[in-house]
Design a protein around this ligand. Structure first.
Ligand code: NAI
Length: 803
């Protein structure tokens, strides 16, 4: 049959349009098809001489042999990064900016070769590597050249962390490198990067580009291999921070391994992101949105919109439209420019997808695939749609990481939010409605780090990306992402637990020891009622045990209850019941913080005496602490309506709103020193920004916190916003860290306690913060943005506009 234009319009058939693989294959050949490790600015063979193959998943052909790094290699890479650190971090920001700029330019100059290399190694389509992956890589280096330039003026009081170990996955090999390397270098850190074993080639090519621009030796080191060198990097004592993207399973291992080491950590893990369609959505746009959400990169995307939640009335219509579209999707050679979907990265991933799809069918869901067949020479899998899925089904809960969409229906916006949040993950969400009021009402209710309104899978270097809950913590991109690679000037680094604290409080005590009068003021009456403060009430501890609290000279000052697991559980329940606190206005929270300060100031003499009596410090020291407490409450009352988010400048016609959201319920273990100031310094920022708290006050000096109950009761603090459980701090800290309904734990205490908290936090991947040794009286160290940042997480809401 002769081909006519009319017929082409009818069938929409077109022939192959292959991208040339020549330059990329020549580059591989120029290296003899074999690569060493990039350490200290040189290419070195692996110490044990071990290599493995990297293959093209679309053809199963071998592309190159890759070095398997062993322990001596990891040691050498970390050592090289350490040697380079002083020089790199000492450069003026402008000099670092020039290097990052040069890297961005190199990526652009080699963009087509990098795009082809990525397609060959990963199996993803050239359309995506050419139009999305590589341009975004360049964009990240440009954007972060800017942060390097501005670091000194925009992050005063902050400096680089040191040597950073970065472990990345195979789904966006070069893009994940850029997300990690660009901010780390901009901030002045040096890097040891381990790419995924399935996709090392673009990282090796990038190392060569770094060599070409003259990046000082050791600033970036690339070690290849499987999880082995990754684990060695995590455990290496010379590494100051680990940044990981990959499976939740490995993320959990890394959380446990780094616990107690003082290493900083960011984790970007899995997701099961909802794609919510209301019945007034533009269904044709929705269909294209779904294609981008779940068939982009063969669905191997951590933030893939893999759960389609559709309002009941339009479900049948949308599913019918989707099937028509799926029938037209093209799966085939990744280097064909007209192909929508390429190959799955490796046989193991293909098997995982097949297994989960079989399980979906076995559990009773209806599976649909297009009528055409996939190519058989590589690892291909067709786009797949499940309907009649129950929210509890395995395929509705487990991350499939393949081109498989599961759909469910809802009736009301409330039900949509409940279904959307019915997952332990919280990476991203997409909301579709022509009613912007509805979309903007729903977006803040979804527990996710990114919400896309009437769009999906939008990324940009200016907008932070990262998760809530078991999707990990930390952000990549934007100002929020830069903080992940910086530390405060007073952060002494690793191994500085509170036990090593040169506490100003205790210093004053020691100095004053010789001059202290036996009783600074008439003693307050002994309070022998050991109680806890839970849900706005003073309640007896579950076990009824109490502990005597003595002054430094041995006098009995009072007793406090010994809280246990049950008490913590009750307190967490009360804190959850008070979640409306976070939804209210900052102005209201400010009013209440002022009111607490006001009520405290009326009784400040009594509280000052109590602080002095417990710590053995002279009364003026106690008074000094009270002054600081009242000033601090004022600071956070001030901040309550001022810790604004941002509008990011992303390259879309629209806006991206970076909202600071409360984390939820925070478990706080207050420092031992400064009985009241330590307590307030942590509780006030947490509640100012809408969190509810369960606090374990100073173990040796808890009476200031228990005296505080009365202040709280008279200050209109809603029941359950602040809960206080006295007792053994490390026992209670562990219970808090293990509790699945606690969203973050801030722990001040010894190294062993800190380690236990970090280890136990891996259960629900809660955020942990060990504020460490600091001077709580110093306004720079004891309050401010650092605290506010820990009390919030950023949600980026993308809102395109225009008709
Ligand atoms: P993975 O988490 O094992 O691999 C990610 C990176 O971590 C790789 O570089 C790997 O070599 C390294 N690694 C492995 N074990 C390690 C350890 N013990 N210590 C340090 N580093 C280690 O992911 P994998 O096996 O490639 O994929 C398994 C599943 O994980 C996928 O099916 C998918 O569900 C999920 N995944 C999620 C990603 C995301 O972006 N959220 C990315 C890749 C995979």
């Amino acid at each position: 049959m002769t081909t006519t234009v009319a017929r082409i319009f009818e069938t929409m058939e077109w022939g192959p349009a292959p991208e040339a693989s020549g330059p990329a294959l020549e580059w591989l050949q120029a290296h003899g098809g074999e690569f060493g490790l990039f350490i200290g600015g040189r290419w070195v063979p692996p110490s044990a001489g071990e290599t493995f193959e990297t293959i093209n998943p679309a053809t199963r052909g071998t592309l190159a042999r890759i070095a398997q790094a062993g322990k001596p290699d990891v040691d050498a890479a970390v050592e090289a990064a350490r040697r380079a650190f002083a020089g790199w971090s000492g450069l003026p920001g402008h000099a670092r900016a020039r290097y990052l700029y040069a890297l961005a330019r190199e990526v652009q100059k080699h963009s087509r070769m990098l795009a082809v290399l990525e397609s060959l190694d990963n199996g993803k389509s050239i359309r995506e590597t050419r139009d999305l992956d590589i341009p975004l890589v360049a964009r990240h280096f440009y954007h972060h050249a800017g942060w390097a330039q501005l670091a000194a003026s925009e992050f005063p009081g902050y400096g680089p962390i040191g040597v950073v170990g970065q472990i990345i996955p195979w789904n966006f090999p070069l893009l994940m490198l850029a997300w990690k390397v660009a901010p780390a270098l901009a901030a002045g850190n040096t890097v040891v990067l381990k790419p995924a074993e399935f996709t090392p080639l673009t990282a090796l090519c990038f190392a060569e580009l770094a060599q070409h621009v003259g990046l000082p030796p050791g600033v970036l080191n690339v070690i290849t291999g499987d999880g082995g060198p990754g684990a060695l990097l995590v455990e290496h004592p010379g590494v100051d921070k680990i940044a990981f993207t990959g499976s939740t399973e490995v993320g959990r291992i890394i959380r446990k391994k780094t616990a107690g080491t003082g290493k900083k950590l960011t984790l970007e893990l899995g997701g099961k992101s909802p794609f919510i369609v209301f019945d007034d959505a533009d269904l044709d746009s929705v269909v294209e949105g779904v294609v981008d959400a779940i068939w982009f990169n063969q669905g191997q995307v951590c933030c893939a919109g893999s759960r389609l939640l559709v309002q009941e009335g339009i479900a049948a219509r949308l599913v019918a439209k989707l099937r028509v579209r799926m029938e037209k999707l093209r799966v085939g050679s990744p280097l064909d420019k007209a192909v929508d979907m390429g190959a799955i990265v490796a046989p193991v991933q293909l098997e995982r997808i097949r297994g989960l799809v079989d399980q979906g069918v076995a559990e009773g869901a209806a599976m649909w695939q297009p009528s055409w067949a996939c190519p058989t020479e590589g690892y291909f899998y067709p786009p797949t749609l499940f309907t009649d899925v129950s929210p509890a089904a395995t395929i509705a809960q487990v991350e499939i990481f393949g081109p498989v969409l599961v759909s469910m229906t809802f009736r009301t916006p409330t039900e949509a939010v409940a279904l959307a949040n019915n997952t332990p993950y919280g990476l991203a969400a997409s909301v579709w409605s022509e009613n912007i009021n509805l979309a903007l009402d729903v977006a803040p209710k979804i527990k996710a780090g990114v919400v896309w309104i009437n769009c999906t899978n939008q990324f940009d270097a200016a907008s932070g990306f990262g998760g809530y809950r078991e999707s990990g913590f930390g952000r990549e991109g934007g100002r929020e992402g830069m903080y992940e690679y910086l530390k405060t000037e007073w952060d002494g680094g690793r191994g500085t637990g509170e036990e090593a604290l040169p506490s100003p409080g205790s210093g004053t005590v020691a100095e004053a020891a010789g001059t202290r009068p036996s009783s600074p003021v008439p003693l307050p009456p002994i309070d022998r009622t050991p109680k806890l403060f839970i849900g706005g009430k003073q309640v007896r501890p579950d076990q009824g045990y109490s502990r005597a609290i003595r002054a430094s000279d041995g006098r009995l000052l009072g007793e406090v209850g010994q809280g246990n697991r049950k008490d913590v559980r009750d307190a967490v329940e009360a804190a959850h019941a008070a979640a409306a606190w976070g939804r209210g206005a900052g102005h209201l929270r400010a009013q209440i913080l002022y009111y607490i300060a006001e009520n405290l100031s009326v009784r400040s003499e009594e509280f000052a005496a109590r602080v002095a009596a417990q710590t053995g410090a002279p009364l003026p020291v106690g008074r000094g602490e009270l002054d600081a407490v009242i000033a601090r409450l004022f600071s956070y009352a001030a901040w309550a309506d001022k810790y604004d988010g941002a509008v990011h400048h992303v390259p879309i016609r629209g806006v991206t709103l970076a909202m600071h959201e409360p984390i939820g319920t925070i478990g706080i273990v207050a420092p031992d020193t400064h009985p009241l100031l330590g307590f307030v310094s942590l509780v006030a920022p947490a509640i100012a920004l809408g969190n509810t708290v369960v606090v374990v006050p100073s173990s040796p000096h808890p009476l200031s916190a228990t005296d505080f109950y009365a202040v709280l009761e008279t200050s209109d603090v809603p029941d359950g916003v602040i809960n206080i459980v006295t007792g053994d701090k490390d026992v209670l800290a562990r219970v808090l860290a293990e509790h699945m309904d606690v969203d973050a734990v801030w722990y001040c205490g010894g190294a062993a306690g800190g380690r236990a908290v970090e280890e136990a936090s891996a259960g629900n991947m809660k955020q942990t913060w060990l504020p460490g040794a600091r001077d709580w009286l110093d306004g720079r160290q004891g309050e401010g943005r650092e605290f506010l940042r820990h009390a919030t997480q950023v949600k980026n809401i993308w809102i395109p506009y225009g008709e």
